[in-house]
Design a protein around this ligand. Structure first.
Ligand SMILES: Nc1ncnc2c1ncn2[C@@H]1O[C@H](COP(=O)(O)OP(=O)(O)OP(=O)(O)O)[C@@H](O)[C@H]1O
Length: 260
C-alpha cells in the first residue's frame, strides 16, 4: 500500500474543509482527483505531501506514519507539481530542474555529473531543453509550467502528485507530459495522484478516480465504473452524456449548452 488514509479531517482556522476521508492508494496506478472548485482537492494533496497535518485521523505512507518521515526522506519518496509556482528570482530553466535533485544530493554539495545527466535527460524527454539557459522570469506561463513539471520528474520519486499541472498547456504538450507520466506508471510502477479539472483528460489517463464534494469522497473506484451521468450530476450539478469511445479506448463526457 502507498497511502492508507484513515478518517482524516482538516480545517483552515475554524472552517472545516476536509470532513471525513478514508482511502487506500495502491502503488502503480494513476489516480485522478476531480471535484468542484473549493471542495478540498489541493488541500488533500497538501495533506498527502505532509505539508499540512490533519486535525483528526491518520495518514500512513508505506506502512509508516507520514509525519514521522524526515523531510529529505519524504522528498525522495514524493514530488509535487503545484497548482501555482511563483518565482521572481532569475533562475534559468536548467537551474530550476536541477533543484529537483536536491533530495538526492549530500548537503551543501554541488550537483554531481549524474544529477546533471538526469536533469538533461528529462529536459530532453519533456521537450524543455530549449529553456535550459532561459530565465524563468522570461518564460510564458505554459513554458514555466513545463519546466516545473520537469523539475518534479528529476526528483525520481515513487509517487508523483500533480495539482492541475497541465492547466496552462496546449493539447500537444498536455498529452506529451501525461504520456510520459503514464508510461512511468506502467513501466516503473510509479504512483500518480493528479488533481485534474478536465474530465475527459482524466478519463483518458486515470486508472482510478476520486470524486470529491464538500470535503468528502463522493465516489471512488475504477474510472470506467465511477464516470457516469449520475455521479457527474451529483458532484458537479450538471447534465452530461457519458459513453465509451472506441477510438480513444476510454470513456468520454460531453456537455451541452443550457440556454439553446
Ligand atoms: N490557506 C488557506 N486558508 C484558508 N482557507 C483556505 C486556504 N486554502 C484554501 N482554503 C479554502 O479551503 C477550501 C478548499 O480549498 P482547496 O484549494 O483545497 O480547493 P480545491 O478543490 O483545490 O479548489 P480549486 O478547484 O478551486 O483549485 C476553499 O474553500 C478555500 O477557499
Amino acid at each position: 500500500m502507498s497511502f492508507q488514509i484513515n478518517h482524516i479531517a482538516f480545517s483552515y482556522e475554524n472552517r472545516p474543509v476536509i470532513r471525513d476521508i478514508s482511502l487506500e492508494i495502491e502503488p502503480g496506478y494513476f489516480y485522478g482527483i476531480l471535484g468542484p472548485n473549493g471542495c478540498g482537492k489541493s488541500t488533500t494533496i497538501d495533506l498527502l505531501m505532509g505539508h499540512r497535518k490533519p486535525g483528526a485521523g491518520t495518514i500512513t505512507y508505506k506502512g509508516r506514519d507520514l509525519f514521522k518521515y524526515p523531510r529529505r526522506e519524504l522528498a525522495r519518496e514524493m514530488a509535487l507539481v503545484p497548482q501555482n509556482f511563483y518565482i521572481n528570482f532569475p533562475f534559468t530553466g536548467r537551474e530550476i530542474v536541477v533543484m529537483g535533485r536536491y533530495p538526492h544530493m549530500p548537503r551543501f554539495s554541488a550537483p554531481s555529473a549524474k544529477d546533471l545527466a538526469v536533469a538533461d535527460t528529462i529536459m530532453e524527454r519533456t521537450g524543455t531543453a530549449a529553456f535550459k539557459e532561459r530565465y524563468m522570469t522570461e518564460m510564458s506561463g505554459g513554458e514555466r509550467q513545463r519546466v516545473v513539471f520537469a523539475r518534479a520528474l528529476v526528483q525520481e520519486t515513487p509517487v508523483l502528485m500533480l495539482d492541475e499541472a497541465t492547466s496552462n498547456l496546449d493539447v500537444n504538450h498536455t498529452l506529451k507530459l501525461m504520456d510520459i507520466v503514464s508510461e512511468d506508471v506502467r513501466n516503473r510502477g510509479r504512483t500518480v495522484i493528479a488533481v485534474i479539472q478536465d474530465i475527459n483528460l482524466a478519463a483518458t489517463y486515470c486508472d482510478r478516480l476520486i470524486l470529491m464534494k464538500d470535503g468528502y469522497v463522493a465516489a471512488f473506484g475504477k474510472t470506467g465504473d465511477v464516470l457516469n451521468t449520475e455521479n457527474i450530476r451529483s458532484v458537479f450539478g450538471v447534465d452530461s452524456h457519458v459513453w465509451f469511445d472506441t477510438w480513444s479506448e476510454s470513456k468520454k463526457v460531453s456537455f451541452k449548452r443550457n440556454n439553446g
